[in-house]
Design a protein around this ligand. Structure first.
Ligand SMILES: NC(=O)c1ccc[n+]([C@@H]2O[C@H](COP(=O)([O-])OP(=O)(O)OC[C@H]3O[C@@H](n4cnc5c(N)ncnc54)[C@H](O)[C@@H]3O)[C@@H](O)[C@H]2O)c1
Length: 262
């Protein structure tokens, strides 16, 4: 893949999957527009990028607020003339059980994990039209098709909504040549999962994955960049599972499946 001369805008670029995508894109020659609410982390990352000779612009945004997205794209990105690929990776996780999830928690997760991606894609359409890459990739989750292990009901619902957003945007924006796809990662070792799952629990998660390991943020980044590259020029509206085979299993582990046949 070659992203020389391309501009890649990434939300949630200060950490985890967003950061890995920013690094992989820059390594392939892209100019990165890194958007995150954590501007201090972005400033530090910009120094690392500069040391490697990579181009990066840091933009502060709270994607849960339409006004903030409007300001980030319309004012802080004023000098940007085109975007070739938008990656919507910013997100949060909530752990509440169904019966005790408050309206406030529900709204917060939906506004960041679902509405945020809608606002960013909608606001960036003129920039995407001005680019030649004309692609967007939404970072959904395996939870979009199943049930979240790390998060609660609001997380599962928001990620399922993200697939509807992806399909509908793909359908409408095909008329202007913009492709919109989603990735559905299984368990990825990032700050998000490390924060909520203790070491013992993390081992159990790896044991559940048929390929036997957690995903790395770069495993997801590579799939995102494939979907955002010309190699995927006729792929739109799809949701690609990147999960080490986790969605293949029935609930039983491979060991118990094998044991039952001996
Ligand atoms: N880690 C996993 O196992 C996993 C699995 C499937 C999907 N995902 C999804 O991948 C995406 C990235 O997750 P991650 O694991 O890299 O998490 P992370 O916590 O490492 O990174 C998330 C980034 O999003 C930013 N962010 C959060 N809320 C924001 C807001 N309102 N405005 C702007 N920026 C905001 C954070 O500051 C952070 O830099 C999320 O959408 C998450 O739901 C993660």
């Amino acid at each position: 893949m070659d992203f020389s001369g391309k501009t890649v805008a990434i939300t949630g670029a200060a950490s985890g999957i967003g950061l890995a995508t920013a690094q992989a894109a820059a390594n392939l020659g892209a100019s990165v527009i890194a958007l995150d609410r954590d501007i201090h982390a972005l400033e530090g990352i910009r120094e690392d990028f500069a040391a490697k000779g990579w181009s990066m612009t840091a933009i502060e945004v709270d994607i849960g607020s339409e006004d903030s997205v409007r300001e980030a794209v319309g004012v802080r990105m004023e000098s940007v003339t085109s975007v070739d690929l938008l990656v919507n990776s910013a997100g949060i996780v909530s752990r509440g059980m169904f019966e005790t999830t408050t309206g406030e928690e529900w709204q917060r997760v939906l506004s960041i994990n679902l509405s945020g991606s809608f606002f960013c894609l909608q606001q960036m359409i003129p920039l995407l039209k001005a680019g030649t890459g004309r692609a967007a990739v939404n970072v959904a989750s395996l939870a979009a098709k199943r049930v979240s292990y790390t998060g609660g009901v609001s997380y599962t619902a928001a990620k399922a909504g993200m697939l509807g957003l992806t399909r509908h945007a793909a359908f409408e924006l095909a008329s202007v040549g913009i492709r919109v796809n989603a990735v559905c990662p299984g368990p990825v070792l990032t700050a998000m999962t490390q924060r909520v799952l203790p070491e013992e629990e993390r081992k159990k998660v790896a044991a559940m994955v048929p390929l036997g390991d957690w995903l790395s943020p770069d495993d997801v980044a590579q799939a995102i960049l494939f979907l955002g590259s010309p190699a995927a020029r006729m792929i739109t509206g799809t949701a690609l599972d990147i999960d080490g085979g986790l969605s293949l299993i029935t609930g039983a582990s491979f060991e118990s499946y094998q044991r039952s046949r001996q």
